[in-house]
Design a protein around this ligand. Structure first.
Ligand code: ZN
Length: 138
C-alpha cells in the first residue's frame, strides 16, 4: 500500500469564507501516483471545516448566511468566550459544516458524484490555517 500526505495552507482575508479546494486535492492525488484507494481531507483547526457540495456561489452565500443565523458572531455571547476568546460562534459553525471528507479514488481520479466538489469552510480566518490531505491505496 502506498500513502501520500500533504498539508494545504489557507489565510483568508475575511473572517468567514468558503474556498474551492478540489484542484489542490487533485494535484496531491496526481503527485501520489495512487490509482485505487481513499482520499481523506480534513481541517486541522476546530474553527474551520472541510465539506463536499456544489461549486455555486449563491449556495456558498446561503451557507455563510445560514451558519451566521445559527451561531451569530458575538464576542461576549458564548460561554466559550468567557475564556477570553471571541470565537465561540466559529466552533459551532465548524461543527455543523463538518470536519472532514473521504472521497474514493478510482482509476486515478476522485470518484465524485456529478456535482460534488471539495470546499474549505473558514469561520475564524485572517490567520494561517492548515488542511491535511492523506491518500492511501495502490
Ligand atoms: Zn475558541
Amino acid at each position: 500500500m502506498k500513502s501520500h500526505t500533504a498539508y494545504l495552507t489557507f489565510n483568508t482575508s475575511e473572517r468567514c469564507a468558503i474556498v474551492h479546494i478540489t484542484p489542490q486535492v487533485e494535484a496531491e492525488l496526481a503527485r501520489s501516483g495512487i490509482k485505487e484507494g481513499l482520499c481523506l481531507v480534513n481541517a486541522m483547526h476546530i474553527t474551520s471545516s472541510v465539506f463536499v457540495n456544489d461549486n455555486e456561489s449563491g449556495l456558498h452565500r446561503d451557507f455563510l448566511e445560514w451558519v451566521e443565523k445559527l451561531a451569530p458572531y458575538d464576542a461576549h455571547g458564548y460561554k466559550h468566550n468567557l475564556t477570553g476568546e471571541d470565537n465561540g460562534d466559529a466552533h459551532l459553525k465548524r461543527t455543523v459544516m463538518g470536519r472532514e471528507v473521504v472521497v474514493a479514488v478510482t482509476a486515478g481520479q476522485l470518484d465524485f458524484g456529478p456535482w460534488e466538489r471539495i470546499f474549505y469552510g473558514e469561520f475564524d480566518g485572517r490567520r494561517r490555517k492548515r488542511v491535511l490531505v492523506k491518500i492511501i491505496g495502490e
